[in-house]
Design a protein around this ligand. Structure first.
Ligand SMILES: [Zn+2]
Length: 125
């Protein structure tokens, strides 16, 4: 790969990196885990859930000290908790991308370094 192509790719990777950095540096709050609608049977005799009308409740599930925990989402908090867990997922994804992109940036820096190396001048001289 020629030097100008390498520079071009490094600029592009840097641009993508900056976009991930903005996600990580956001002021938005976040919360690990996920919010979803839990549908279940209660087991009571004659209950409507026996006829397939399952009980529904919004729950938040996350891992705490390695243990899976499920709790009810407080009334009226579903949109906020959804937004918080969505933001956490965005954060984690951005961080993962930063790892990948920074590794590529270092590779490109090394390739550029090699392409810029003028040592052969010395050999010729
Ligand atoms: Zn029931």
């Amino acid at each position: 790969m020629n030097l100008s192509r390498l520079r071009q790719e490094l600029s592009e990777v840097n641009r993508l990196y900056q976009a991930q950095l903005r996600v990580v540096m956001s002021h938005k709050g976040m919360m690990s885990g996920s919010v979803y609608l839990l549908r279940r049977k209660c087991g009571k005799e004659g209950c409507r859930c026996r006829r397939g009308e399952l009980h529904e409740s919004w729950v938040h599930q996350c891992r705490e000290n390695g243990v899976q925990r499920t709790r009810m989402v407080p009334k009226g908090m579903r949109p906020r908790w959804r937004a918080l867990t969505d933001e956490y997922r965005r954060f984690r994804l951005a961080r993962r991308e930063m790892t990948r992109l920074s590794a590529r940036m270092l590779e490109l820096a090394d390739l550029i370094g090699r392409a810029r190396d003028a040592r052969e001048d010395i050999v010729k001289g």
